[in-house]
Design a binder for this molecule. Structure first.
Ligand SMILES: Nc1ncnc2c1ncn2[C@@H]1O[C@H](COP(=O)(O)OP(=O)(O)OP(=O)(O)O)[C@@H](O)[C@H]1O
Ligand SMILES: [Mg+2]
Length: 341
């Protein structure tokens, strides 16, 4: 389906991405503030790689994904995308009228396979709908194309006239993947794509995603709060906290030698099979900061066990501290943090 592999080509380059949601109050619905769901986020995606995006609930992961597929028009920032004809466009600013081809090239897979599939549509309708909307196939040709895609995701084409309720959770997620793949996309945003599944089924779906990536040279942004899953699938990982990236590094580096105290705390909370290693868990006191009213200085300082005075007043920016390793912490060089054993 895809052209030859173009590794190391930057496909997406996101800079200073912002998504602010207005908070309205009163009879006149005046804007009284903003939820800064995504605030100055920078990262890039190379062709064929998987970037994991992790962080606690409400930190803005889904909002980043929805900005990339332009379900939201970002409040600010640039999303440079190198399209199939090798031209660079800014997806953040493209008017709705010329977005259609990009809606085909960038697709999203959602978390809940029970809620994201319309129960009144057959598998043929669900997987075939994007092909019909983009006027790519109909009638017998549509059925043939849906059959090919279903086989690719490990489902039997004979089931295409069944409704979603006749399938298990894992099979439903395969239907969701088939729908995302129907348009031969280049970038797939997997938003908690395996979080609702049993562990054994999770592994099958992750392996399916890896096989499909290799076959079609797909580029993934893999959003998850589950670090073990991200460790398995991602080449690089970005850690998000209250609308901002706090650390981004190659997966092995981030897991073995984190440089941000928040990453250290997240890693310490990953369940460990060896009971001797379970004692080192860092308990994060307090709740995630409110993106409508974040703390001063470093947003993480109220929960950080290494915080000093400067952290309360000065916001650290994301800076490169090693090869492909960036971190937003004033003391990144001085702290000696623990990673996963
Ligand atoms: N359409 C919206 N209108 C207003 N606020 C929103 C909207 N969508 C998200 N938010 C807010 O933006 C913040 C980030 O939400 P988002 O769904 O991106 O987080 P998340 O990291 O995906 O969380 P989770 O892990 O729970 O899925 C939250 O505070 C949320 O309440
Ligand atoms: Mg989410």
């Amino acid at each position: 389906m895809q052209a030859a592999k173009q590794e190391n080509t930057t496909l997406l380059d996101v800079s200073d991405l912002k998504m602010y949601f207005p908070i309205r109050k009163g009879f006149l619905q005046n804007v009284v503030g903003h939820v800064k769901a995504v605030d100055d986020v920078n990262f890039s995606l190379c062709c064929g790689e998987t970037l994991g995006l992790v962080g606690e609930s409400g930190c803005g992961k889904t909002t980043v994904g929805r900005c990339l597929i332009r379900a939201y028009q970002p409040t600010g920032g640039v999303i440079q995308y190198r399209n199939e004809s090798d031209q660079t466009v800014d997806l953040a600013q493209l008017p709705e009228s010329i977005l259609k081809p990009y809606r085909r090239e960038l697709r999203m897979i959602f978390q809940d396979p029970y809620a994201s599939l319309n129960p009144r549509m057959t598998v043929l309708d669900i997987v075939g709908e994007p092909l019909v909307v983009h006027k790519l196939a109909r009638g017998k040709e549509l059925e043939d194309r849906v059959a090919v895609i279903l086989r690719k995701v490990g489902l039997r084409p004979e089931y295409m006239r069944r409704y979603p309720h006749a399938f298990s959770g894992g099979q439903r997620q395969r239907i969701g993947i088939a729908r995302a793949l129907a348009l031969d996309p280049r970038v797939v945003i997997c938003d908690e794509a395996v979080s609702a599944l049993d562990v054994s089924v999770q592994a099958q779906i992750l392996n399916l995603l890896l096989d499909l990536q290799a076959e079609f040279n797909l580029t993934y942004l893999f959003i998850s709060h589950d670090l073990s899953v991200v460790e398995y699938i991602a080449n690089r990982v970005a850690v998000m906290y209250v609308g901002k990236l706090v650390e981004i590094a190659p997966t092995t580096k981030l897991f073995s030698a984190p440089r941000h105290p928040y990453t250290e705390a997240l890693l310490s909370a990953v369940p460990k099979p060896d009971p001797r290693l379970r004692g080192n868990r860092i308990i994060l006191e307090g709740d995630v900061a409110d993106p409508a009213n974040p703390p001063s200085g470093c947003y993480f300082h109220p929960r950080c066990r290494y915080a000093k005075d400067v952290c309360k007043v000065e916001q650290p920016s994301l800076r490169e501290i090693g090869e492909k390793h960036s971190v937003a912490c004033h003391f990144a060089e001085e702290l000696s943090l623990s990673g996963m054993p």
